[in-house]
Write a protein that binds this ligand. Sequence first.
Ligand SMILES: CC(C)(COP(=O)(O)OP(=O)(O)OC[C@H]1O[C@@H](n2cnc3c(N)ncnc32)[C@H](O)[C@@H]1OP(=O)(O)O)[C@@H](O)C(=O)NCCC(=O)NCCS
Length: 244
Amino acid sequence: MSLTAEPMHARPRPPEQLEALFGEGWPEFIFHDPETRLHIGRIRELFAGLELVLLDGDEPVAAGWAVPLCWNGEVSDLPAGYNDSLARALAAYDAGSTPDTHAVLAAQVHPDRQGAGLAARLLAALCEDAARRGRTRVICPVRPTHKARYPLTPIERYQAWTRPDGLPQDPWLRTHVRMGARVLAAAPRSQVITGSVADWESWTGLALPDTGDYVIPEGLSTLRVDREADTGVYAEPNVWVQHR
Ligand SMILES: CC(C)(COP(=O)(O)OP(=O)(O)OC[C@H]1O[C@@H](n2cnc3c(N)ncnc32)[C@H](O)[C@@H]1OP(=O)(O)O)[C@@H](O)C(=O)NCCC(=O)NCCS
């Protein structure tokens, strides 16, 4: 394996390779967050240079991206989560502030290459990129990969679950902590996704006949449906970690 990292947009990439890398791994509902949609176009344009790809030879095997924002290092000043990080990055840009913090907002490993340590290599490359840009802090609102198995458990409890060796029970959180990252705080409302009942039925493939709470496929928490108001609301919980 010969691994290198470079900016995603440094050169054209065969679309079929990118489809293979990005084709799975996310629930449909995550692509329908109205607040994300408000900001994401501008974010991806302004900060396109902060997207990195990890190559094995010529093949893209992992990718991730970050946004620059201002954070004073205190838990109380952390963004509320993923969406708030987008907003904070744009606010810093518009105010002409010098960002001191790199917030890594997404990471993905090719489905056929997971479980082989590539995620840590990608995170290391993102941390090195932050250091090169003079950003003293790297934080991530981690989407714990096994949380969907425990949708009823509050994120504050889940993030504290450890194995006998003291490392987090969740595999993705474990990768961060094994690299030396520190769990800072829960982000119980990292994204809040609202849609009509019909939207949610199509995103989840479930019939939602009653008002009430539902466990949904790949949901990290439950979906609250209000038939009378014709809404479904889902709050996506993440966990803030800080890398060294
Ligand atoms: C989250 C993600 C980037 C992690 O990548 P990864 O390559 O699985 O990460 P790692 O190699 O560090 O594996 C983490 C742990 O999960 C285990 N694991 C992951 N995939 C596995 C698989 N397919 N088979 C066996 N074990 C696996 C690893 O063995 C490791 O466990 P360990 O700590 O006991 O060694 C990857 O799962 C992914 O792309 N998921 C879809 C998108 C996503 O959810 N991104 C995160 C939100 S930002």
